[in-house]
Design a protein around this ligand. Structure first.
Ligand SMILES: Cc1ncc(COP(=O)(O)O)c(C=O)c1O
Length: 408
């Protein structure tokens, strides 16, 4: 395909885009269970306005756009506070969970090399942790060592204790993990790392902006944040349960000195002047910073608590609805609105085929086979319809792929 010789009118360009977009997932109707975290029209309106206001700026140079610098500092400070960081904390915004994790792995590696002289560093990462850790290890030259899971599908601490060694530069736990929605035994894993003077990272990309509010509502949340000794860095995504548009995550360090020593990149050996950056990107869009700041202020603690309550109620309805279907089981005991379910009796992938045909988009996972759900406030309105379709799919169509023909 070649760049068109002549331009096209705005009206026609938009029309063509709308046509293509019609085939995309219907997240606004609550039919998808991942990727977008719908939280209602008021939230969307705030995000549209904030994005619009900062569409063209560049967050590379904070001195040119001091408003962006202030907003980024405030997003980091509010996040650190939610995660109970001490006053010594340091934080930076990145483009998403993967970039925050890359920076956490880099900081841990550089600390281990500088302070302990570790050569050929390793990272100990639960089998259920997000692939971003494997990616970071591959990019940054660490060996990626997987910690097996226990019967609750949490990282097995005794296995981790056997795996940790002189080359370990980082230990990781998730709060919660993506596949099963359970929180790893963070205090025990962090203690293993702290005893050896190496970093422990909590991946709270999913939980960072939801677990604190479930705790506010009186729920018993297993320890995962900076209240746990030894937790040195935490990733928390504003663009997941913080409800921000995409491109916003925060990496928080317990010690600001480590952020500066092991994460910051500074360079002046070229003719272009001093260049500094806290993460992978050079030029950075301003809109995600503005959107993150706007939504955190727009919702406030009270707004997030309200949305957390909706997620809790919606998840409870879904869980009991799924558990009432004799063919289906929820794997593990999920802590928030992220979980997966499968079956020991029927072919869960065939159930998914039928659900796909009914317009529900669930992510498929293996090990064990399961369908994955991430509940957002926007799903409250579709729970009953979803469960009705799931019941019929499990009852009539769970046994074979060809069974759709029997669907009435
Ligand atoms: C637990 C967890 N960590 C990290 C990530 C990576 O986040 P991103 O897709 O924003 O890079 C995800 C994404 O779903 C996740 O679920």
């Amino acid at each position: 395909m070649k760049l068109p010789e002549r331009g096209t009118s705005q009206e026609e360009v938009l029309e063509r885009m709308r046509e293509r977009k019609a085939a995309d997932a219907d997240w606004e109707g609550g039919r998808t269970w991942s990727l977008v975290y719908p939280a209602g029209e008021e939230v969307d309106e705030m995000l549209r306005a904030a994005n619009e206001l900062y569409l063209f700026e560049n967050a590379l140079n904070p001195f040119r756009f001091p408003s962006l610098r202030t907003m980024e500092d405030e997003v980091c400070a509010m996040t650190a506070n939610l995660l109970h960081a001490p006053d010594s904390f340091g934080g930076a915004m990145t483009s998403g969970g993967t970039e925050s994790i890359l920076m956490a792995v880099k900081a841990a590696r550089d600390r281990a090399v500088a302070e302990k002289g570790i050569e050929n560093p390793q990272a100990l990462v639960p089998y259920s942790a997000h692939p971003a850790f494997a990616k970071a290890c591959k990019y940054l030259g660490l060996e990626h060592v997987q910690i097996p899971l226990d019967d609750d599908r949490r990282a097995d601490v005794s296995a981790a204790a056997k795996l940790i060694g002189d080359r370990t530069a980082l230990v990781v736990g998730s709060a919660p993990n993506y596949p099963f929605g359970v929180i790893d035994p963070i205090p025990e894993l962090a203690a293993l790392a702290a005893e050896r003077g190496i970093n422990f990272h909590t991946d709270a990309c999913l939980g960072g902006f939801l677990l604190p509010f479930l705790e506010d509502l009186g729920e018993d949340i297993p320890p995962f944040d900076f209240r746990v000794p030894g937790v040195m860095t935490i990733s928390a995504d504003v663009h997941k349960y913080g409800y921000c548009t995409k491109g916003a995550s925060v990496i928080t360090h317990r010690e600001k000195a480590q952020l500066h020593e092991y994460q910051l990149f500074v360079y002046d050996a070229w003719p272009g002047g001093m260049y500094g950056s806290f993460a992978m990107a050079g030029a950075r869009p301003a809109a995600p910073i503005a959107a993150a700041w706007s939504i955190m202020n727009f919702l406030g603690r009270e707004g997030y608590q309200k949305l957390a309550r909706v997620i809790r109620e919606t998840t409870d309805t879904l869980r009991s609805g799924i558990e009432a279907i004799p063919e289906l089981s929820i794997w593990a005991d999920p802590v928030m609105g992220v979980f997966s379910f499968g079956s020991e009796k029927i072919d869960i992938m065939a159930v998914c085929d039928v659900m796909d045909e009914r317009g529900w988009h669930l992510d498929r996972q293996t090990g064990p086979d399961a369908l994955h759900m991430m509940v957002s406030p926007g799903h409250a309105k579709v729970v009953d319809a979803f469960l009705a379709d799931l019941r019929r799919a499990a009852l009539h169509h769970g046994t074979s792929k060809g069974a759709e023909a029997r669907y009435s």
